[in-house]
Design a protein around this ligand. Structure first.
Ligand SMILES: Cc1cc2nc3c(=O)[nH]c(=O)nc-3n(C[C@H](O)[C@H](O)[C@H](O)COP(=O)(O)OP(=O)(O)OC[C@H]3O[C@@H](n4cnc5c(N)ncnc54)[C@H](O)[C@@H]3O)c2cc1C
Length: 372
């Protein structure tokens, strides 16, 4: 996703660009079940996708706005944020399937004669010659290599850029369901001791239900399809009524930050999850990656300056580290069994109730009128 967006940002300036994609998402079919990978795209990124002329394609496929965000702990009252808290009549953002966003971006890119989509992986990098060798042995020269190849980035490894971070020993279970009752355009998270439950609304009757929990617990739970359905009914029916499970999958969670986002000698740049992967708790992962693309875009108008791009990337690194660390802290504080932290977080939720600065800040962040 981030790579396709970055390629579009380059292509629209008339420069030549090649996208190396060994595993393109399957084409979108309107009646196909929802993709399990969903992103909550914030308004600043919608605006960038509009500039890249890809957003109308997303809308033509499948997208759902969300206007409210709510958080609670156990059976406490909900702490609610809505777009209107900021005096806005816009939604806070839109739920978009990753496959839909990727296809919209690649379809838009295919309209540029100066862009080529190459169905192969990067296998080797010659930093001094500035060439990459692909999995099909083709050798491609480059001026700037944008490494947007995800959390296990080959480009990052081949460039010798280290990472700092930690695996959470937690997984995230995603369960797409079809509900009998109408779903509000509201996304929510409930902190339940060491487990977090969440909901992303996909349509009036479709939702992605999420469980964040320790790896052993989720591995045992997902060993049996019936068990997953029973667990989800037990924990979600009281909020959304009866539903049918459509599909499910689970993923490991880790927090990881590249030590730097660029390598001046080899002219390598890291964007998206190749540079940073964070706890998905607040749905900010791809949003941070798209903000990296926005930073790149601001350096592409007129003559390209490597020094300017490096400055922009350093700003992005600070923002991404701050967001990663904040989400790490939130996930640890809410999972903690330490009685002092339990009191502190209840107090925190209470203080964030109506009209507080904390509430406005979260709402502002979720809606992200954000400067990249
Ligand atoms: C459970 C879960 C839920 C999430 N929910 C949200 C959410 O609600 N909102 C949000 O913003 N984020 C969310 N995220 C995070 C989000 O999915 C990632 O931040 C996002 O996918 C990163 O996009 P990317 O393009 O940087 O990397 P990826 O999506 O990982 O894409 C990497 C691309 O590189 C390609 N590639 C890999 N190796 C090579 C190679 N050697 N050569 C060439 N190409 C290669 C791959 O085929 C792929 O297309 C979630 C993550 C998880 C795990």
């Amino acid at each position: 996703m981030v790579g396709a967006a970055a390629a579009l940002a380059v292509a629209r300036t008339g420069r030549s660009v090649k996208v190396l994609e060994p595993a393109p998402a399957p084409s979108f079919v309107p009646e196909a079940p929802y993709d399990l990978r969903i992103s909550a795209i914030t308004l600043d990124n919608v605006s960038m996708l509009q500039t890249l002329t890809a957003w109308s394609r997303v809308e033509a496929m499948r997208v759902n706005p969300f206007t409210e965000l709510a958080v609670t702990e156990g059976q406490s009252e909900w702490l609610e944020f809505s777009a209107s808290d900021n005096g806005s009549d816009q939604p806070l953002g839109y739920m978009v399937e990753n496959a839909v966003l990727q296809q919209a971006l690649l379809d838009t890119l295919s309209e540029y004669p100066n862009a080529e989509i190459v169905p192969a992986a990067i296998a080797a990098l010659d930093a001094s010659a500035k060439t990459v060798t692909l999995s099909n042995d083709r050798v491609i020269p480059y001026e700037v290599l944008l490494g947007c190849d995800g959390a296990n980035s080959k480009v990052r490894a081949l460039s010798g850029i280290g990472v700092a971070g930690n695996a959470y020993h937690e997984r995230c279970l995603l369960v797409n369901v079809r509900t009998e009752a109408l779903l509000p355009t509201r996304t929510w998270q409930r902190f339940q001791g060491k487990v977090i439950h969440a909901l992303l609304p996909l349509s009036l009757h479709d939702a992605c239900l999420i469980v964040y929990a320790d790896t052993p617990m989720l591995k045992t739970l997902t060993a049996d399809e019936q068990q997953v359905a029973e667990y989800m009914r037990e924990h979600f029916t009281s909020t959304i009524g009866p539903f049918e499970v459509q599909s499910f999958g689970h993923f490991p969670l880790k927090q990881q930050h590249a030590l730097r986002y660029s390598e001046p000698d080899s002219r390598v740049v890291l964007l998206g999850d190749a540079a940073h992967s964070i706890h998905p708790l607040a749905g900010q992962g791809v949003n941070l990656g798209l903000r990296d693309v926005h930073a790149l875009m601001t350096c592409l108008d007129g003559e390209f300056s490597w020094a300017r791009l490096e400055r922009k990337l350093r700003q992005r690194q600070l923002d991404n580290l701050l967001m990663g660390q904040s989400l790490h802290s939130v996930s640890r504080i809410f999972r903690s069994q330490n009685p002092l932290l339990q009191v502190a977080r209840r107090l925190g939720l209470a203080l964030a109730q109506p009209h507080s600065i904390a509430k406005r800040w979260v709402s502002y962040y979720a809606g992200a009128r954000w400067k990249g």
